[in-house]
Design a protein around this ligand. Structure first.
Ligand code: SF4
Length: 415
């Protein structure tokens, strides 16, 4: 392979790591995410999640006031008070994530020390974990990497053979993948994050990790430090990527080719049929992916190889060569892969190229639509059940639908 790897830096337009609380709190209903931040942070997280007025939400914000920010009040005392009130009101909380933000980082509030102190006081009744969701130099999926890597030191040690799926999946998708792995002959399969925050999987020399998401660099490093082996594979997006991902685990377990084919070939055939109507709409169309979710390279690989799209540029906030190499190997020669962002220059390139579809953040979608360019919000991709061979058709539909709608609107305008 030789994708054309480029870099740029400048103003960026991405969501911050607090956004990942939206899918993490759904995954672990017994956990609570307390953002230690400003009113802006509270506003972001409420609008990203949709305000849960009638339900007891599983996230909240300990607001740092102007007095805190000016260093006039002891923010530690205030945080202690908020945590105690919260835990008294919500005895069902088993894990409390203290989530740092730009404001808490700016005033250098030491959340690691706060967690340590709270853990001592709570004596195991609630586990307090901290990580940063700050938007300073990070993108929104790094919030999940931060949360999961903060859990790794708490995993019990155990060297038994197991497959560990790392990264949040929709429950139904995960159930299906586990069924398929069992059919292949892998019996001990666990997940991080688990469905209950207290049900942490063990880790050790017998652990082989398949990453479900490509943005888990810190988590995979920490798992490796605990003895786990990270299996190098493309990511389970699209039929081809998902098959290669499953095959990688099957080979690591020494499963024979006949069993792999018997299990996966019929799924591939069904996926091909599901993809066909979308491929007809997407084939030959030009796509520009702006950097935001860190899913851009696997998506580009899927859209080019399975849907016949032409890649104008594939942006990504940062490039972890080790975790992304198998994906880069599958891109066409000389694909323009841009790490980092200078949003103005990137938008100039979008305008000059006039692609048929742009994948971008919500803030950029409206202006581009107003200029007559069809867009797809990248954040939708992390909220949708898109992993696995069975989901390939749904994944393609997420791109074919906005393109089709755009074509209908354009045709309507001409009538
Ligand atoms: S963490 Fe930073 S980027 Fe995110 S909402 Fe708060 S202030 Fe804004």
């Amino acid at each position: 392979m030789s994708a054309n790897l480029l870099k740029e830096s400048g103003p960026r337009e991405v969501f911050c790591g607090l956004t990942s609380i939206v899918w993490l709190h759904r995954r672990m209903p017994d956990a609570f995410f307390l953002v230690v931040g400003s009113r802006t942070c509270a506003h972001l997280i409420q609008s990203a999640a949709g305000v849960m007025i009638f339900a007891e939400p599983r996230f909240g914000t300990a607001i740092l006031s102007e007095r805190d920010l000016a260093g006039l009040a002891d923010a530690h005392d205030e945080l202690n008070r908020v945590v105690k009130d919260l835990l008294a009101r919500r005895p069902e909380i088993r894990t409390l994530f203290l989530v740092g933000s730009c404001p808490s980082e700016v005033i250098k509030l030491d959340l690691a020390r706060a967690s340590e102190r709270l853990n001592e006081e709570l004596e195991g009744r609630v586990r307090v974990v901290n990580y940063s969701g700050s938007g300073i130099e990070t993108t929104f999926t790094q919030g999940e990497d931060g949360a999961l890597s903060a859990l790794v030191p708490m995993l019990p040690a155990n060297d038994e053979q197991q497959l560990l799926l790392v990264g949040t999946l929709a429950d139904a998708v995960e159930d299906r993948l586990i069924t398929l792995f069992r059919r292949l002959g892998i019996n001990t399969i666990r997940s991080l994050p688990p469905r209950q925050s207290t049900d942490l999987p063990p880790v050790g020399k017998g652990t082989k990790v398949l990453l479900c998401q490509p943005f888990l660099g810190d988590t995979s490093r920490r798992l490796r430090d605990r003895g786990a082996e990270i299996l190098a594979a493309p990511y389970p997006l699209g039929a081809e990527g998902s098959r290669l991902w499953m095959e990688t685990a099957a080979r690591a377990w020494g499963i024979d080719e006949a069993t792999i084919s018997a299990t996966l070939d019929p799924l591939m055939e069904r996926a091909k049929q599901a993809l066909e109507p979308h491929r007809r709409r997407l084939e030959g169309k030009r796509i520009f992916l702006l950097p935001e979710s860190q899913l851009e390279v696997p998506l580009a690989r899927f859209l080019q190889r399975e849907c016949g799209m032409e890649l104008v540029e594939v942006g990504m906030p940062y490039l972890n060569r080790e975790l992304m190499q198998r994906e880069l190997d599958l891109l066409p020669d000389q694909t323009r892969v841009m790490e980092g962002q200078h949003v103005e220059e990137q938008l100039d390139r979008v305008r000059a190229a006039r692609p048929d579809l742009v994948v971008c953040g919500m803030g950029l979608a409206n202006p581009l639509e107003a200029e007559g360019i069809a867009t797809k919000w990248s954040i939708e991709l992390v909220f949708s059940p898109i992993h696995g061979i069975d989901q390939a058709g749904e994944l393609a539909e997420l791109f074919s639908r906005p393109l089709h709608r755009h074509q209908l609107l354009a045709a309507g305008k001409q009538d």
